[in-house]
Write a protein that binds this ligand. Structure first.
Ligand SMILES: Nc1ncnc2c1ncn2[C@@H]1O[C@H](COP(=O)(O)OP(=O)(O)OP(=O)(O)O)[C@@H](O)[C@H]1O
Ligand SMILES: [Mg+2]
Length: 144
């Protein structure tokens, strides 16, 4: 396990850190992104997706659970399990194609999914963002 801890001072710095990680990802990878409300999870995922070639808007998929992208010949997805609730219990196949296979997936609130993302994809990194006052965030990237 490699663990890197970086303190960022702006959303741009957090996005740049995400871009560094994105360059190392390969098809089938899953990145789990944890942290409190407003810690910068979506900012991090946006930075990674930009690096992977997504040019359009990247907005938080809180209400849709998942958004898919295709860029640079790759299938990508951005999940936010915050409101997953009973949805998956009702329909376990709901997220089946969103993680795994050749897709590179980024998952916000992975803990709400009760290890679902870990079971369906190969975890390439666990990212944790913590508020550190004002615009400062402590970003921990753990790679198995
Ligand atoms: N160092 C920083 N890193 C990341 N975001 C920052 C930083 N400083 C300020 N911000 C701001 O904090 C906010 C983070 O919002 P973001 O939507 O990325 O958080 P989130 O963790 O996805 O929240 P949610 O739990 O609601 O999904 C943005 O408005 C961003 O500009
Ligand atoms: Mg978010």
């Amino acid at each position: 396990m490699r663990s890197a801890v970086t303190e960022t001072g702006s959303a741009e710095e957090t996005a740049a850190l995400a871009a560094d990680l994105a360059r190392e990802l390969t098809p089938g990878d899953v990145v789990l992104v944890s942290g409190d409300l407003g810690a910068g999870k979506s900012t991090f995922v946006r930075g990674a997706l930009r690096e992977l070639g997504v040019t359009g808007p990247v907005t938080s998929p809180t209400f849709t659970i998942s958004r898919r992208y295709h860029a640079g010949g790759r299938d990508l997805s951005h999940l936010d399990l915050y409101r997953l609730g009973d949805l998956a219990a009702e329909d376990p196949s709901l997220l089946e194609d969103e993680v795994g296979g050749e897709r590179i997936a980024f998952v916000e609130w992975p803990e709400v999914g009760d290890a679902w993302a870990e079971e369906h994809g190969r975890v390439a990194a666990r990212v944790t963002l913590e508020h550190a006052g004002g615009d400062r965030r402590v970003v921990t990237v753990e790679r198995p």
